[in-house]
Design a protein. Structure first.
Length: 435
């Protein structure tokens, strides 16, 4: 009996190593090399290549109370930020960070790279320094990321149930069409309802053909997207353009500032001065995170997405869970479509979604099939898109083509994905029919 005790002690050490592993050698080397390259680009390109002017970050954004401006040197700041990234890369090569530190590593690197890029863009060369309203940039980020976030939530819910929702694009498009049409005929509130219902109908089609008739889910999604594009394009020309004032003039959802909270500097105008769809999006994010990981239904959903046969042996209705979640996910994507039309410009236009459903699907993968991860990925894509629009108005130094500057945020995204995300594993039964 006394000899058994020492044998149990190493076992505890092994469990401790599993809880907090160090990333593998290959991943560590690749990640460290990417960090060093990004850091050198930041130092040499954004730092030493900056103009003589300073960079001023403003924090107004229309809030009742604004923070003071922050002015930093246009050359020194990017050099220091790049040095931080290089140091992180060298540490990663030499020792390696713990795997759980990877999200923090990504956030710090992107922050340093983007801030250095903005300092370079505002340095202005011989024209002096420039300024940027940070709050307006973040507002544009939320504005552009809202449909991506809702679409990504739809993708997470579908794939966690075992159904690949490639039809997010079509659900968005039909939601935008229905929101504008119903909103024109019966009011904006009815337009939101119509958009959600239309997205649920496309989700129901996806569920029936994918679950009952076992059609390949990727091909089915592409077909539904093409069908939605063709139907909305035909209906737009046959109905809306015949009488635009009646069928395609819904108006735009008004902003609803939250008392007191909307006056908080930075946070107020960013999160609490939006229309109803944005507030519903907050509820969807929190509810999906809680339901998936804190409720019995979420446990059943994840079990169905990982091992439907084992879930069925425990009495879980696999098909019922999949049908319900895919239809609900379609409603989320339909709400994203409502934001594209009545939530932003009002009238519907052909191909209004313009690939946003596929970007939302990429956010699902980038976010590792979790609501929090998909939210972060969608915000990242939205931020880079907002940043792209600012490139043309900033006093960038040197004779650099604007198209090249607009490409840089996306290049940073590719580097982040290639260097940090690595291999990802979807739910085991995602895309697999049952039984």
């Amino acid at each position: 009996m006394s000899a058994a005790a020492p044998e149990a002690r190493p076992e505890a050490v092994v469990v401790h190593d599993v809880v907090e592993p160090v990333v593998g050698l290959r991943t560590r080397v690749v990640t460290g090399a990417v960090l060093v390259v990004v850091g050198l680009v930041t130092v040499l390109g954004w730092g030493l290549g900056s103009g003589s002017g300073d960079a001023t970050f403003r924090f107004g954004g229309g809030a009742a109370v604004a923070l003071p401006d922050l002015t930093v040197p246009g050359v020194v700041t990017p050099v220091l930020l790049g040095a931080v990234v290089v140091a992180l890369g060298l540490w990663q090569l030499a020792r390696g960070f713990r795997a759980r530190r990877t999200p923090v590593l990504i956030a710090v690197t992107l922050f340093c790279f983007v801030v250095a890029f903005l300092c370079w863009a505002m340095s202005g060369g011989d024209r002096g320094g420039g300024s940027l309203d940070v709050v307006q940039l973040l507002q544009s980020t939320v504005f552009l990321a809202t449909p991506l976030i809702l679409g990504a939530m739809a993708g997470v819910l579908g794939e966690r149930s075992g159904v690949v929702n490639v039809a997010i694009e079509g659900q968005m498009l039909t939601g935008a069409f229905a929101g504008a049409l119903v909103g024109s005929l019966a009011g904006l509130a009815s337009g939101i309802v119509g958009a959600v219902v239309s997205g649920m109908l496309v989700g129901a089609l996806l569920a029936v053909f994918a679950i009952r008739y076992r059609v390949n889910q990727v091909i089915l999604g592409v077909v539904l997207n093409a069908a939605a594009l063709g139907f909305t394009g035909w209906a737009y020309k046959a109905v809306m353009q015949t009488d635009t004032a009646r069928y395609n003039s819904p108006g735009v959802l008004q902003r609803l500032p939250v008392p007191v909270l909307s006056d908080v500097p930075v946070i107020g105008p960013l999160l609490f001065d939006a229309n109803i769809v944005v507030y519903v999006m907050y509820v969807v994010i929190i509810a999906l995170q809680v339901v998936l990981f804190r409720t019995r239904w979420g446990l059943r959903t994840r079990a169905v997405g990982e091992h439907p046969k084992a879930a069925a042996t425990l009495g879980i209705g696999v098909q019922r869970v999949r049908y319900t979640n895919v239809v609900v996910a379609g409603g989320m994507a339909g709400l994203a479509g409502a934001y594209l039309s009545i939530g932003t410009i009002g009238p519907f236009t052909e191909n209004m979604s313009a690939g946003k459903g596929f970007i939302a699907l990429a956010a699902v993968i980038f976010g590792r099939w979790s609501p929090k991860g998909a939210l972060g990925a969608a915000l990242l894509f939205g931020f880079f898109n907002a940043l792209q629009t600012l490139v043309g108005i900033l006093p960038t130094p040197g004779l650099v083509p604007s198209s090249f500057l607009a490409m840089l945020p996306y290049l940073a995204t590719i580097l982040a994905v290639a260097g940090f995300v690595g291999r990802v594993r979807p739910p085991a039964a995602s895309g697999e029919p049952y039984p």
